[in-house]
Design a protein around this ligand. Structure first.
Ligand SMILES: [Zn+2]
Length: 609
């Protein structure tokens, strides 16, 4: 479809996933078979258990346990088909069959959910006393945390008919707008004008150019990105406005006191802890400023503009082809734990990973857990840069985590977002330290350290900025109604300025760059989880360095536990107290140390002397 001349070839060409462990093809009759089977079993479930959970005298724990096993199996079946449809669509949204299958699987999933929702609601209606007796009975077994944690949604759950209407209308409402966003952005092309020639690139390829050593290339990429976003601003802004309003309506229905409340609740985290994390980061903005002052000097620039932030401090950072990337990542994982390496290896050997960039494929990268009876799949857009190695290390961390937690079952394998980034960021640390140890040239070392610092800034300080922006966006939409892109741009710039301080000059173009950020669309208020995860991992990594090999099995246990207990309790077992006031400050102190180390390395290579 796209002519080869307009695409950037990378060494990951041909690294395409094999989704056959889910289904054979988009036309595989087993998809319809599974969806029909799930629906049939849901009907039987409804007949058998309706009115049982909150029956007079209480349900027998053994009966509830059996019901949960069937409930879990039905969802797993429906989600197998839905995961497949989502992955097909993410890999190629141009093929209309993929979109149609995604829509169909989603609709069927909703139908099944609607048949089963009585079960969740009845559990919430069980009086506290009886519920706690069931939760603490030995028969509750593996479902204890699930049963307990479901009850926290009690004040925010509606009646069965209301829940059903919300679920079904979301397919033509919230989920439809979210998909429209994906489809628009995945086919957007940006005209990048270089040496009098205009090259058409997709989003991933355009963003990759912001890491180019040549300022003219970065500037052209930034300009091209801005033009493309502005051309689509009307539609994209409409999607933003609609989804933010939809979010407000749901919050009102469900009696959530503020826009972040539902996210905190599903993250199993206190508002107070998140606010502590965010303000700690904001109090440490001087680290960012100090680093960018060093960077401007290293680049020999008087003014550092937004499009200079990702410029490599070293002109020629070695590039890295996909084969070498695989080797580095596997070796780093293996040095930490042979078991972790073994699992990571499966992704390459069995083609559970799709790494080539292509038109119509979703940008960025993710690891999809799919369902516990299958295994995760990873999507990435590999462009031969060293930072792509870190992306693969990151997604494989997710992959290993998701793979290990399959044993706790469908209902409890997913962690809350706050700890979902633990293994991914930890995997990045392993690869980063490996690269630093192997490197003896202080210039390349400095280059590596700077890109690690920049990645850490992007996952810590930037994510806090994104969260503050989202807070302002939701508040403004609620207070003032539909917002213009210019107004949203102002909120965006206001949120970004404090982090960059005097060290980075944000151009007017930058005011449009909120338009392509998927998290605002797919999972509102996701972003603080990244900051949480990164600072947490810095602390865990320090423990690993101190404790050595004895740390490894406890860490793998943490991953295997998935979401079968609250993050606070699971981390408590590792000796981490996220409520301690100095915990978050400790994480930022490590980042400060990295910036100081960069300053020392810079002096070593003669900079500033
Ligand atoms: Zn991640």
């Amino acid at each position: 479809m796209a002519d080869a001349a307009t695409k950037t070839a990378t060494s990951a060409q041909g690294v395409v996933w094999d989704l056959a462990d889910l289904y054979k093809s988009v036309d595989d009759p087993a998809i319809e078979g599974d969806l029909a089977d799930a629906l049939e079993r849901a009907k039987v479930f409804d007949k058998k258990y309706r009115g049982r959970v909150n029956a007079a005298g209480g349900i027998r724990p053994q009966e509830l346990f059996e019901a949960l096993r069937e409930y879990e199996a039905i969802y797993e079946l429906a989600d197998k088909a839905l995961s497949y449809a989502m992955l097909l669509h993410a890999g190629d949204s141009i093929n209309p069959k993929h979109g149609a299958l995604r829509q169909k699987a989603q609709a069927r999933r909703s139908e099944i959910r609607n048949m089963l929702v009585f079960f969740d609601l009845e559990w919430l209606q069980v009086p506290d006393e009886i519920a706690s007796r069931i939760i603490n009975s030995p028969e509750a077994g593996q479902y204890r945390h699930y049963l307990e944690s479901q009850r926290r949604f009690k004040p925010h759950t509606l009646s069965e008919p209301e829940e059903k209407i919300l679920e079904e209308t979301a397919n033509t409402g919230r989920r439809a707008f979210s998909r429209l966003f994906d489809e628009l952005v995945s086919v957007m092309e940006f005209g990048i004008k270089l040496n009098g020639e205009v090259k058409k690139l997709n989003q991933s390829e355009t963003l990759a150019l912001l890491y180019d050593p040549d300022r003219a290339v970065r500037k052209a990429a930034a300009a091209g990105l801005t033009v493309g976003l502005k051309e689509n601003a009307r539609t994209l802004t409409y999607i933003f406005n609609t989804l933010v309003e939809d979010y407000a309506i749901i919050d009102r229905f469900r009696s959530y006191p503020d826009p972040m409340a539902s996210r905190h609740l599903s993250n199993e985290i206190d508002t107070g802890i998140v606010e502590m994390l965010m303000t700690t980061c904001e109090h440490n903005h001087d680290i960012v400023e100090r680093y960018y002052i060093l960077k401007a000097g290293l680049l020999g620039l008087d003014v550092l503009y937004d499009y200079d932030r990702y410029a490599p401090v070293l002109d020629r950072m070695p590039s890295c082809d996909f084969g070498r990337c695989q080797e580095i990542v596997l070796d780093s994982y293996g040095a930490f734990s042979p078991r972790a390496r073994e699992i990571a290896e499966l992704f390459f050997e069995k083609r559970w990973i799709d790494a080539e960039p292509r038109l119509g494929k979703r940008g960025g990268a993710f690891s999809a857990s799919t369902v516990p009876t299958v295994h995760p799949y990873i999507l990435a857009n590999y462009t031969d840069k060293l930072r792509d190695v870190m992306t693969i290390a990151h997604e494989l961390g997710h992959g290993v985590h998701q793979y290990l937690s399959r044993d706790v079952g469908y209902l409890q394998c997913d962690t809350p977002l706050t700890t979902a980034e633990t293994a991914s960021v930890f995997g990045e640390m392993l690869v980063f330290n490996r690269l630093m140890e192997e490197e003896h040239d202080p210039k390349v070392k400095l280059g590596l350290l700077c890109s690690k610092i920049e990645d850490a800034f992007a996952t810590v300080f930037r994510q806090v900025v994104l969260t503050r922006f989202e807070q302002k966006l939701h508040a403004a939409r609620r207070a003032d109604g539909e917002l213009t892109p210019e107004r949203i741009g102002e909120l965006w710039m206001a949120a970004n300025k404090p982090m960059h301080g005097k060290a980075v000059q944000l151009t007017d173009d930058y005011g449009w760059w909120w338009l392509y950020i998927q998290h605002f669309i797919h999972v509102p208020f996701y972003c603080y989880a990244y900051a949480f995860g990164e600072l947490l991992v810095l602390a865990l990594y320090r423990k690993y360095q101190k404790e050595g090999k004895s740390f490894v099995p406890r860490y793998l246990d943490l991953l295997s536990a998935g979401g079968s207990d609250s993050p606070e309790r699971l981390l408590g077992k590792m000796g981490v107290d996220i409520k301690a006031p100095d915990f978050w400050q400790g994480g930022t102190a490590i980042l400060r140390g990295m910036v100081e180390e960069a300053e020392v390395l810079a002096r070593k290579i003669g900079f500033g002397s």
